[in-house]
Design a protein around this ligand. Structure first.
Ligand SMILES: Nc1nc2c(c(=O)[nH]1)N=C([C@H](O)[C@H](O)COP(=O)(O)OP(=O)(O)OP(=O)(O)O)CN2
Length: 148
């Protein structure tokens, strides 16, 4: 088995409802996402993907439309909280708002990313690991073995 990783970046704002620190204010991050999948490399001269677990481009074609294009330059709002009204106000002024059914922390974003990616991976390939940097010094990790 081999693990391979592709890295993505996106610029996203969020606001943490009822949080007791500075992140209760709407603010943005340059998120950096590491997506690691595992599988056995193809061993078939006739296969154009010979030697690959999965083409890096195929990982991109899953993660980009599912995560990056959706969250990039958007504001993530806890749609289950009173912040929904804030989102509706921003939306009415033309802003890109994503209503989450969770508090948009690094941790919950990882759960959401894992759920979206896992369901799209080709047969024989599994999601092994995710790392999401909120700042250069703060990140969360999702590991398959912790989430079975
Ligand atoms: N467990 C979590 N704690 C915090 C989260 C989170 O998602 N999970 N999020 C925040 C804020 O969004 C904040 O922007 C990031 O927190 P922090 O690292 O404290 O921010 P700094 O600007 O101080 O980061 P540095 O890299 O140290 O400059 C708060 N907590």
């Amino acid at each position: 088995m081999i693990r391979i990783t592709k890295i993505f970046t996106f610029e996203t704002a969020h606001v943490l409802y009822n949080y007791d620190g500075k992140c209760k204010n709407m603010h943005g991050h340059s998120y950096k996402l590491f997506v690691t999948v595992k599988g056995k490399p193809v061993n078939d001269l006739e296969n154009p993907k010979n030697g690959m677990v999965v083409d890096f481009g195929d990982i991109k074609s899953i993660v980009k439309p599912e995560i990056v294009d959706v969250w990039d330059h958007a504001v993530l709002i806890n749609g289950l909280s009173p912040h929904r009204q804030l989102g509706e106000s921003l939306e009415s002024q033309g802003h890109k708002v994503i209503y989450c059914n969770f508090q948009p922390t690094c941790e919950n974003m990882l759960y959401a990313i894992a759920a979206k990616i896992k369901s799209k991976l080709p047969e024989g390939i599994s999601l092994a690991y995710l790392k999401l940097h909120e700042t250069e010094n703060s990140y969360g990790e999702w590991l398959a073995e912790d989430n079975q």
